[in-house]
Design a protein around this ligand. Structure first.
Ligand SMILES: Cc1ncc(C[n+]2csc(CCOP(=O)(O)OP(=O)(O)O)c2C)c(N)n1
Ligand code: SF4
Ligand SMILES: [Mg+2]
Length: 279
């Protein structure tokens, strides 16, 4: 059995005391332990940001990529892959990768540490910072409408769409475990309090606003119901919005459907005709 403490990397997290990322890290370790996935079978890929430092603090394989580019290497690696990154990373500079990874239904789990701010670069507005919010880069309030990541992944064709809260670790652990178990892409947006740059959005504001979808009998196979819940602004739903089966990207490719590319014998492949093209 893989225990949570076995997943400690020995590098103490460098996040601000109280940061929501501590809860997300603990929930991710809890989910890997619950599913008994050994460290050597997991790769955690990230971009750049406070949240993207996460692979340093967990004992699995890790890859910290470029800002906004956690998903392309995660797609390439394609093992028991978890990709992590912030809202700026995933919904700003990495938005195109986000949309295309969702529609491809690659079998990976994408956790977004959504603190509604650029944390690492000291508090500029991000795509999820709500209209009117005053930040360092918007002293008079954000002018544009914020993006709704749940609606975007639903529209793009994601087969597992969920949202968690870094302050409810048992609930988030369960969501991450379900996301990893899901065959196909799973998108888990996580409300992650940033105690340094979003002092106006502390844990208790989230606690007052959120409610759990499963407590209200939400049907996770109903697309229209998921869209309606995702539109809510007065109350903030957490839990699974949508969860349906669909063939994964790999399952759509006959050559690698049964066995992975690396396990195909190469001695029977005649490459001479391809070589001739380059001679
Ligand atoms: C191509 C590129 N552009 C800009 C940056 C500077 N940069 C680093 S992190 C970051 C934003 C981080 O915000 P987010 O992704 O929300 O992560 P957080 O720090 O909030 O966890 C930016 C703009 C960069 N590293 N690379
Ligand atoms: S700046 Fe915000 S997101 Fe970054 S470590 Fe501190 S509390 Fe966490
Ligand atoms: Mg952020």
């Amino acid at each position: 059995m893989v225990t949570v403490s076995e997943l400690n990397s020995g590098n103490p997290p460098t996040w601000c005391p109280g940061c929501g990322n501590f809860g997300i890290l603990l929930a991710l370790k809890g989910a890997l332990s619950k599913l008994n996935i050994p460290p050597e079978e997991t790769v955690i890929v990230s971009g750049v940001g406070c949240g993207s430092k996460l692979p340093h603090f967990i004992k699995t394989y890790g890859f910290e990529g470029l800002h906004g580019r956690s998903l392309p290497p995660a797609t390439g690696i394609h093992l028991a892959v978890v990709a992590v990154g912030g809202d700026g990373d995933g919904y700003g500079i990495g938005m195109a990768h986000f949309v295309h990874t969702m529609r491809r239904n690659v079998d990976l789990t994408y956790i977004v540490q959504d603190n509604e701010i650029y944390g690492l670069t000291t508090g500029q507005t991000s795509p999820t910072t709500r209209k009117g919010t005053k930040t360092k880069s918007t002293p008079n309030g954000v002018i544009e409408q914020e993006v709704n990541p749940i609606l975007i992944s639903l529209a793009a064709g994601a087969t597992f769409v969920a949202r968690g809260f870094a302050g409810d670790i048992p609930h988030l652990t369960d969501l991450i475990a379900k996301g990893i178990e899901h065959k196909g892409v799973s998108h888990i947006d996580v409300f992650q309090p940033c105690v340094t740059w979003r002092k106006d959005l502390p844990y208790d504001v989230y606690q007052k606003k959120i409610y759990k979808l499963d407590a209200e009998g939400h049907d996770t196979s109903n697309y229209q119901a998921a869209v309606a819940r995702a539109h809510e602004t007065e109350r903030w739903p957490i839990g699974i919005f949508y969860n349906v089966p669909r063939a994964t990207y790999t399952e759509e490719i006959p050559f690698i459907k049964e066995i992975p590319l690396v396990k195909h014998p190469i001695d029977k492949v005649d490459i001479s005709k391809y070589l001739k093209e380059f001679m």
